[in-house]
Design a protein around this ligand. Structure first.
Ligand code: TRP
Length: 327
């Protein structure tokens, strides 16, 4: 049996071209190596205020994008966190086994609190890691692929497992963080030394599901230097280098090859070629996403996923409740 891996994807924003090239495509390859569980972390999306319709739409779009990129429901158990109430139940138990001090030390919590301009800090962002721990250990997962920002949360999950197993007897598998495979890093089109992200700038960020006329405009307005030579040089030509990387990733052609082809002809001509490649890729992806969203595939996958996930989750929670003296 392959080792088990679990990951939650949080439906809080729109997926960018940077996510697509840097993380999503790499992430999907895990499905061939592990017994994999992937869930829409919709309970986690509630930790900061979010509009109900936006949450629903984000969740459907996110799942459709993963499927369009090749996530295979025959290989992976795909489900929605809120369809399996054991997440919230075990989350509460984990909350009761955690300490304020260890949660206060979480750097993501500290960062988020700093950005909240009011005295009303939602309790949800404080106890977030206890729910995340429950997500993982409910399935007795061996591995959790994470970006560096989530590693500390998995380490907390490990501490909670060790504590629980010590208090109540061996119950949970000790999960391990796996630093997720990273593809090329994509930078903002307007500020090519900053990572492409919504918080950096909207106009410097390409969203997978945006109107392609806007995509083209963003690429044509990408910030570059002024010497008009298409050459990879991150220090002196971050803008052009970023466009070269985007094009190379989407065409599977080498940077050198692209440099040769676009050496003459200037930036306008090169940007137009980049725009053609990106728009072509996104058009194919958007067509697939729409096809998926217009079918009953998502509902079917989620219904089947909920059944498979629930079975495992129920077994774990039954054992936990019995060990701690409930039921
Ligand atoms: N916290 C993760 C994030 O912000 C999402 C997540 C929730 C998760 N539960 C998880 C990831 C369990 C891995 C395992 O991206």
């Amino acid at each position: 049996m392959n080792k088990r891996m679990i990951s939650g994807i949080k439906p809080t924003g729109s997926v960018t071209l940077g996510n697509y090239i840097g993380a999503l495509k790499q992430f999907i390859r895990y499905q061939d190596e592990y017994e994999m569980f992937i869930f829409l972390a919709d309970l986690h999306a509630l930790t900061l205020p979010i509009d109900a319709n936006e949450l629903k739409e984000n969740a459907r779009n996110l799942l459709a994008i993963y499927l369009a990129c090749g996530l295979n429901p025959e290989k992976v158990v795909i489900f929605r966190q809120s369809d399996v109430p054991e997440h919230a139940e075990l989350g509460y138990v984990m909350c009761c086994n955690s300490y304020m001090g260890e949660l206060q030390r979480m750097t993501q919590y500290k960062d988020k609190v700093q950005n909240i301009k009011s005295d009303n800090i939602p309790t949800g962002i404080f106890i977030y890691p206890t729910l995340m721990a429950a997500d993982i250990i409910l399935y007795q997962a061996n591995y959790v692929p994470v970006g560096i920002d989530q590693k500390q949360h998995v380490e907390l999950a490990r501490d909670l497992v060790i504590r629980f197993n010590h208090r109540y007897g061996d119950t949970f598998v000790l999960p391990e963080p796996v630093l997720s495979k990273q593809g090329a890093k994509i930078y903002s089109l307007l500020n090519p030394t900053k990572k492409m992200s919504k918080s950096e700038s909207e106009k410097g960020t390409i969203y997978l599901l945006e109107d392609l006329k806007i995509t083209r405009k963003k690429i044509m307005s990408a910030v570059t230097d002024s010497d008009n030579e298409v050459r990879y040089d991150v220090i002196n030509k971050p803008g052009i280098s970023n466009l070269l990387v985007i094009m190379s990733e989407l065409t599977n052609r080498s940077i050198e090859d692209l440099e040769k082809e676009y050496a003459t002809g200037g930036y306008g001509n090169f940007k137009k070629a980049v725009a053609d490649v990106v728009c072509n890729e996104l058009e194919k992806l958007q067509n697939k996403v729409n096809e998926i969203k217009n079918s009953d595939l998502i509902d079917k996958i989620l219904a089947e996923g909920a059944i498979k996930a629930s079975k495992i989750a129920k077994d774990t929670l039954r054992e936990v409740y019995s060990k701690i003296g409930l039921r």
